[in-house]
Design a protein around this ligand. Structure first.
Ligand SMILES: Cc1ncc(COP(=O)(O)O)c(C=O)c1O
Length: 401
């Protein structure tokens, strides 16, 4: 992180994200190197800024799209239908029809397969799709559980065994996503093994090989100071061995935060400072409404001593590093808050930082994923943060163009 650059930019932008091209490139290249048996898709929802998408697509990632908008944006940036996977519950008929020529549709229910059949019959064409499955097992092992995502494995196997139920639609691939933010490679490896075993069950019912198996995400990044790095090389070895069981099936892996999370930083200016009953408050620009997750972490922390993660809104109680952009040598214990009319607009309580004054700025890490896109920027009609992009050559561009 270039502190001088962040300080300089904060004089122009009261709050901004800065996404770093070099980090995006380095992280996506590392994944492709460590996981050669899998094709990687970028989960656009986590940061759809066009400059970020262009970088990750140029480094060989396809698109995991969760809306027609994400499908269209990925297609506009040059990806082909076999590189864009459109998977989400509750797609409308209009969404399905518009996405069909641009992407690989992944049906989320048997009813959706009926609706795709109606569209395909209307066009008089065969359509190859994926099906999202809710497996019979859970992420950490054990039985599966009810889910709004996908079709229960048993139901799906039974339905696909009925020949001719969808005359224009062929299910050629499966998609499963059960968990985000896993840092323990053996747990992820066991999950992948279970998925491949499931794919083999489907193949024997279908009587043919699957064209793709989308293993979903799970690739975690360190947030809390005690978190370690995920061993992606070990995962690569597991995937290489599993590939031998499905030699003609493309293994797909989705990633949002791993590719983009550490590439971004959020910078917000100190607008005011005051002492109330002995406590020093530093009031920052666009906090809860510019970068929601730090305030959510504070909120959850206040309600439970040991809260469970709920991705992508809440990971852990201490997920962001805070950097005071000042040369002050002296430190001070302060509470960082925003300007909104809600007590929930708190970034950090009683943290010891170099002394901040009005006009200084504060940087927050892990702002490349589930950050700008997840924040209620319309609240209170304030100016939303800028989204900037630092090129490898050191140029600062508008990331949204
Ligand atoms: C279906 C699906 N795939 C992939 C992801 C990306 O997860 P992550 O950002 O943890 O890689 C998500 C996140 O919500 C998801 O719902």
């Amino acid at each position: 992180m270039n502190k001088a650059l962040l300080r300089e930019l904060s004089q122009t932008y009261p709050s901004f994200y800065l996404y770093d091209e070099a980090t995006l490139a380095q992280r996506s290249d590392k994944l492709r190197r460590d996981l050669p048996a899998a094709e990687l898709l970028y989960s656009v929802k986590c940061n759809p800024a066009p400059a970020v998408l262009r970088t990750l697509f140029a480094h060989g990632l396809g698109s995991d799209a969760a809306s027609l908008g994400e499908v269209e944006c990925s297609a506009r940036l040059g990806l082909k239908p076999h590189q864009i996977y459109y998977s989400t519950p509750g797609k409308s008929q209009a969404d399905l029809a518009a996405a069909l020529p641009l992407s690989t549709l992944v049906a989320d229910s048997l009813g959706e397969l009926d609706r795709i059949q109606a569209i395909a019959a209307g066009l008089g064409k065969p359509v190859a799709v994926g099906l999202r499955v809710n497996p019979d097992y859970s992420f950490g092992g054990g039985k599966g559980s009810p889910s709004k995502f996908g079709v229960d494995e048993e139901q799906a196997l039974e339905a696909l065994a009925q020949k001719g139920r969808w005359p224009n639609v062929t299910v050629v691939g499966l998609h499963v996503h059960l968990r985000s933010q896993e840092l323990h490679a053996p747990t992820l490896a066991a999950y992948y093994e279970a998925l491949v075993a499931m794919a083999l069950r489907f193949q024997s019912v279908l009587g043919r090989e699957l064209e793709f198996l989308n293993l979903g995400s799970g690739l975690g990044i360190p947030y809390a100071p005690e978190d370690g790095e995920l061993d992606t090389a070990a995962l690569g070895a597991t995937l290489g061995a599993l590939k031998a069981k499905l030699p003609r099936t493309r293994l797909l892996l989705e990633t949002g935060r791993y590719a983009a999370g550490p590439s971004g930083v959020y910078v917000t200016q100190v607008m005011d400072k005051k002492v109330s009953q002995g406590k020093t408050f530093v009031i920052l620009n666009a906090t809860l409404n510019g970068f929601l997750r730090p305030s959510l972490a504070q909120l959850v922390k206040g309600y439970s001593a040991n809260p469970a993660p709920c991705e992508p809104l809440f990971t852990c109680t201490d997920p962001f590093r805070i950097l005071a952009l000042t040369d002050a040598g002296e430190t001070e214990t302060v509470t960082l808050v925003g300007s909104l009319c809600t007590a929930a607009d708190v970034v950090a309580k009683d943290v010891n930082l170099p002394r901040l004054e009005v006009g200084d700025a504060v940087a927050l890490t892990h702002a490349g994923s589930y950050a700008a896109t997840l924040s209620p920027v319309l609240f209170s009609s304030q100016v939303p943060p800028a989204q900037l992009f630092l090129t490898r050559e050191g140029q600062v561009l508008d990331a949204t163009l």
